[in-house]
Design a protein. Structure first.
Length: 208
């Protein structure tokens, strides 16, 4: 399964991720298979890729959509500091068990507007909050196919806690754009970055 595709939410909920321990009040919005085929020890490569990947700088179409979204956000005040983490909502990082809170997040690049949450041997998460939602982007490293212990791939899950009727309406309104344009194009660029990284002469040893 080396192509990206939208998955059933059980692909996330059935796995023993640490995120389940402290995000029970979040709903699973989308689960995507990432076009990042690799072996059991390649999760560190995915962490490295995410440290430098910027969805807003990939496809011109996605860049345009993000530009429109941030413009609307400025006009309507959707992204003001008063609506964010530590203001409108309590950061999920405050809920982390001590072992996750004291460990490095592993994401060294600029992840804004997301804030790194935690990193383990096979998953990491980032969070974001604005006037519409408190959201989490969760990325895990999973076996690629039943009973296959050699092939692995990345898996992206978006979890959200909508902010009342406004947040619910917002998520419903952007669902077609998210499913048909933003994520497919973003997956294409993630796959390209993964292939470019695979062909580089040296690789990071993180996570191996």
């Amino acid at each position: 399964m080396f192509d990206s595709m939208l998955l059933d939410v059980r692909e996330h909920t059935s796995r023993p991720w640490r995120i389940h321990e402290f995000a029970k009040d979040f709903q699973v919005l989308d689960v995507w298979a990432l076009p990042t085929p690799g072996g059991a020890g390649d999760f560190g490569r995915l962490v490295d890729l995410w440290s430098t990947f910027d969805a807003e700088r990939c496809s011109p179409v996605v860049r345009g959509l993000f530009a429109i979204r941030w413009t609307i956000g400025r006009v309507l005040g959707l992204d003001s500091p008063a609506t964010g983490l530590g203001e409108r909502v309590q950061p999920l990082r405050d809920r982390l068990p001590s072992d996750l809170r004291s460990a490095p997040t592993g994401l060294d690049g600029d992840q804004s507007p997301f804030r790194p949450l935690y990193l383990t041997d096979d998953e990491f998460a980032l969070e974001i909050a604005n006037q519409t939602v408190h959201g989490v982007m969760h990325v895990g490293w999973v076996p690629d196919g039943p009973g296959d212990s050699e092939a692995f791939r990345g898996q992206l899950t978006v979890l959200v806690r909508p902010n009342g009727a406004l947040g619910t309406a917002y998520l419903a309104a952007i669902a077609p754009i998210r499913h048909l344009i933003v994520y497919p194009l973003m997956m294409r660029d993630i796959g390209r970055s993964w292939r470019d990284q695979s062909s580089a002469p040296t690789q990071s040893a993180r996570g191996n």
